[in-house]
Design a protein around this ligand. Structure first.
Ligand SMILES: Cc1cc2nc3c(=O)[nH]c(=O)nc-3n(C[C@H](O)[C@H](O)[C@H](O)COP(=O)(O)O)c2cc1C
Length: 189
């Protein structure tokens, strides 16, 4: 079992980072091999909608996303952790998600070569927002939920928390526990 963690916050040691580490620790406890990608340390351009990947299954943009595409294909589960920026996911996470386009043909169906690896893959999501109501980050959940529905991915119940200052979530044992449990759950076959 391979679990890939994807951090959508540029704030290293911040709230999303802390919770992603918790979730990956949970997955590790279940015996999973884990790897973490920090999107802000990667070069990931936005999708160009050039439609070349509809034929080839390979993105024309030669940046770090090509390597991440491979890791996504190899992973049994992908865990995302991202803060809310202006009622949406961060630009780093959005650029990453848009580049999933390369996995699909012109009808938003997995390319034949990818379908066996992608269908039913487990997706985890942790969101952090500064506002006290954790549902302020629902637009991010909506985006992931609909994408997973479209693509036949299995989105686990998301963990949504509220925290504002850098690292503040470290004091929230309940949030850390929830993230740890998500990691354990996603690593279960
Ligand atoms: C550019 C920017 C926009 C933000 N927009 C929102 C927002 O719309 N709603 C909200 O509740 N918090 C917002 N926040 C606060 C962050 O979601 C919050 O500080 C969060 O804890 C950051 O997570 P991190 O430590 O993982 O980076 C924003 C923060 C930044 C830097």
């Amino acid at each position: 079992m391979k679990v890939l963690g994807v951090l959508g916050s540029p704030r290293i040691g911040g709230n999303s980072d802390i919770l992603l580490n918790q979730a990956l620790a949970g997955a590790k406890e279940m015996g999973a091999k884990t790897e973490k990608i920090v999107l802000s340390r990667k070069k990931i351009a936005g999708c160009l909608d050039c439609t070349k990947c509809n034929e080839t299954g390979i993105c024309v943009i030669k940046d770090d996303m090509l390597e991440i595409h491979k890791k996504i294909l190899e992973g049994d589960a992908i865990l995302h952790s991202v803060p809310l920026y202006f009622w949406a996911m961060t630009s780093q996470m959005k650029a990453y998600l848009d580049r999933w386009c390369a996995f699909f043909d012109g009808n938003w169906t997995w390319h034949k070569a990818y379908a066996p690896k992608m269908m039913g893959k487990k997706i985890g999501l942790i969101t952090v927002c500064g506002a006290p109501d954790v549902h302020t980050s629902d637009p991010i959940v909506h985006s992931f939920r609909e994408t997973c529905k479209l693509a036949g991915l299995k989105l686990l119940p998301p963990v949504q928390v509220s925290a504002y200052a850098r690292g503040e979530i470290d004091k929230n044992e309940q949030a850390k526990k929830k993230a740890f449990q998500l990691g354990k759950k996603i690593a279960r076959f």
